[in-house]
Design a protein around this ligand. Sequence first.
Ligand SMILES: [Ca+2]
Ligand SMILES: [Ca+2]
Length: 77
Amino acid sequence: MFTSHRVAMFSKLDRSGDGVVSTADFPRLAKRKPEALALIAAIGDADSNGDGTISRSELEQAPPVMFERADTNRDAA
Ligand SMILES: [Ca+2]
Ligand SMILES: [Ca+2]
């Protein structure tokens, strides 16, 4: 199912396990300029309440294009 796929993706993205996806979950990416900007833009797309992080419900409502952008290493995960 589409939704369970997103839930699985959320667990993958939330590497710190604090329940939100943010730049803190991508410490290496966040240090590299082009990737960091793409990451921040991708988070902004899904961040509907503007707190700079993506909660599970925000991810469930995010447009699909966000996932293509978030997958910056192109491993389709
Ligand atoms: Ca996190
Ligand atoms: Ca948010």
